[in-house]
Design a protein. Sequence first.
Length: 987
Amino acid sequence: MAAEAAERHLELLREEREAELAESRAWQESVSLKELQRRGVCLLKLQAASQRTGLYGRLLVTFQPRKHDSDAELPYNSFGPGDIVGLYDSAGQGDLLSSGIVTRITSKAVTVAFEESRDGLPSLHQEGSYRLLQLANDVTYNRLKKALNSLKQYHGGPASDLIDVLFFSSDPSAFSETKPLKLYNDTLDASQREAVSFSLAQRELAIIHGPPGTGKTTTLVEIILQAIQQGLKVLCCAPSNVAVDNLVERLAGHKARVLRLGHPARLLQPIQHHSLDAVLARGDSAEIVADIRKDIDQALAKTKKAQDKGERSHFLSEIKVLRKELKEREEAAMAAALSHASVVLATNTGASSEGPLKLLPENHFDLVVIDECAQALEASCWIPLLKAPKCILAGDHKQLPPTIISHTAAAKGLSLSLMERLTERYGEKVVRMLTVQYRMHQAIMQWASMEMYGGRLTAHPSVAQHLLKDLPGVTSTEETSIPLLLIDTAGCGLFELEVEDEQSKGNPGEVQLAGLHIQALVEAGVKARDIAVVAPYNLQVDMLREHLCHRYPELEVKSVDGFQGREKEAVILSFVRSNRRGEVGFLSEERRINVAVTRARRHVAIICDTHTVTSQAFLKRLVDYFSGHGEVRTAFEYLDNLAPECYAQEGRGERQRGAKLPAAPGPKLQLPAGRKLKAAAAAEAACRKPEAHFSPSTSGPGSESPGTKDGAEKFKAVLAAFLESDEVQLDFPPSLSSHDRMLVHLTAEDYRLQHWSTGEGRDRFVSVRKKEPAEPSRPTATLPSQQLPIPQPQRPSGETPSPAEPGGSSEGSGKLDLKTLHLERVRREEARREEAAKKAQELSTGLPCSSRKKDKTEAKGKAAVKSGADSVAEEDIDALISAAVKADTTCSFPRCKASVTTLGQLCLHCNSRYCLSHHIPEVHGCGAKAKAHARQRISREGVLYPGSGSKDKSLDPARRAQLQRRLDKKLNELTSQRKSKKRDKEK
Ligand SMILES: Nc1ncnc2c1ncn2[C@@H]1O[C@H](COP(=O)(O)OP(=O)(O)OP(=O)(O)O)[C@@H](O)[C@H]1O
Ligand SMILES: [Zn+2]
Ligand SMILES: [Zn+2]
């Protein structure tokens, strides 16, 4: 049974490994070494500056750039402590000499610990030239394989009975007698206590199911302390270093004798104290060991100076003897330290028998505990599981499973965790669920509880009603006194970007909305560090960071996957997907949404297109829950200028009209029942007396919406009446909400009326005007009937939404903090204007005036300026000047005329400004560069996280610095240009 399963698992692992390798090969092998260095995964032309023997006989070599001045800096790179690197000889064949682990990296040097160095690296000489390359880590794969092979052949070891239970060939059982417990932590709730006593009473297997915030770690710590109290030896593991370190910290706090395995370079600072290396360094044999190391180093030095071969080999054999002694002494010391500890902690793969644990007798451990078990590959659990007769697994299989690259391997069961497999089979027989949660406001919890946890969760009174406004320094506002907020973009034309790659989906409109909501929270006193923005897609995470992080450095922007296990006071979720096809991709993974929502303690805001996402039943229930229990706002309430302004543009409206889908069953602004929508109420009020005055939208607070359609119908009536009348222009009062104004814009467009908004903020109002008769517009006979669908400010898929076309009043609600960029742009603009003026001057004074060409005025500003510079004499001067001015205010994307005055974004790859629809590198042609950048991060972390950003890099400092440098350079250029011009004038 076990053997079969192990064999099948091995097969799937092979498949996964192949997928992983294929992926890293695909990009690593097709590029040159220089390119690899540019991407930061390779360091060329290094010299071995110094060598010494470090802890546990590791050879530590420090490499520096091979330059003659010792001050040379390493090129930009993504090397970090814990990375596995290959050492290559630059000369000759460039063979792999050895592999090691980076222990330290500074701007000038990188230090690598070579593990298999006992017989000496083929002597690195000072003169040699070497290179380091980050390696795909096959250590993990080999250990998984080894564990499964041991499982296949397992015979008579301590885990024999446990294996039978885990493969269902015998039933789990309990100890007959159990003593009453005296708890270390007497604040445990009933479900936690039950989990503790149940786990201790089980003979082979217990599972603790800990939904978000239910104190799973707190419970595990109590269990481990009780086990120690009973004299048991515990091996405690988790799939990630972070989870293990968390346990080390909590256990050490209870004065348990803990020992943490793992390369010290990979451990958090406060945990290093508990590492095996640190314990050894404090031990009795530490001095002797240090002496031996010194002897080895001396012998090594002598070898180098050795005159002849005989002398050399003498020293080498001496070193061999010394190393053997060092190894024996160290192993004895390690074995002593390991058996002295009550709890040994390691990652699942760190518990491999290839490591220090091989020094312990086979039946040393009585209990294996695995935390975050639902996030681990089953194979990785088998590494520790084979070492004890009993296991306690903890986790939550309703959150995300381990990341698998190969889709087929995942589908065939590789992503099914051991915890889930056992829970499905045994249920109550082995599982105890924690049911009191200590994180979320009741309203946030309730949805997850019903959807994922059988309605069994309750909120502890200490958190059940807590809101953002209860935090110190936070004032009570609309935003800070609600736990649930849904910002709906349905019908607002805020489509996702059309990118083929499933992993890179982005939605610029949602980025903006997130920014505005954060602003509202921060203005109410919520600290940026208490807020997280979470999105399911890499691209969106990048866009959010680009847009928000410079303004809120402490804000955390993460992928859902990257935020698992964490919490924040306020969480803003950007669901990204918005398309006519109702495609939701990653979002359909219920566990991902569960993780996303349950990170929030006091407030969760979902930004999504309800029309798109409700095509999926699970997401529809989520939207319905938020509609029924929280506040709903439409994106129109935030983005005053967006859609209507697009429509107001002459010409563009025509283009759109032509391309519009024939009466598509597009989003109709239908609102779920019970939705509070101020705008709709106002629209209704506004149209109660269509012929006369509009009542202000602020009356009737919180009135329930009758649905927006009615409002639109009534605006139609108003406009129809206006058309019949002799009036030329109709101004609507400023009391209309942004949503009302949008309805007016839409309806006016449909009636072929001119329409625009004027004024700022509260004074903003919308006007409509009959078109000039001269215009060959369609005759009034085509006036839409009442039955015509309300036109949506949407484009058919394929065309991305256009951003605001800022008129004189556009600064009103955008409030984007692009101050630096703005400043740069303004100066650039100024310089260009001066340049153009200068050219004009030159022309009018020096050069003969040739025939004027008017037809080029339509040409795109940038192109006109560039090509125009050469043949400037032929150009119409006015056109040239206006083109030069326009060049910097319009999007750099070919044929796009959108303004970038307030909403533009600078692309870091090509250093051009684009509108919000085109600033994504993939969209305007910098995709390859952006990908290379992303790849760099992937290689840095060694794993590809589908649908997730890099694990923890809220801001890439290198990238920021690069941007800063470019800005500075540009500004300097401009300043000196201006100076020299001034001088010219003065002459
Ligand atoms: N019985 C309890 N009484 C009061 N607070 C508790 C209790 N149990 C847990 N908590 C609190 O709940 C929070 C979460 O506990 P813990 O760190 O054990 O989380 P966890 O369940 O492991 O986390 P996650 O849900 O993210 O996996 C902590 O702040 C902890 O102090
Ligand atoms: Zn670009
Ligand atoms: Zn554009």
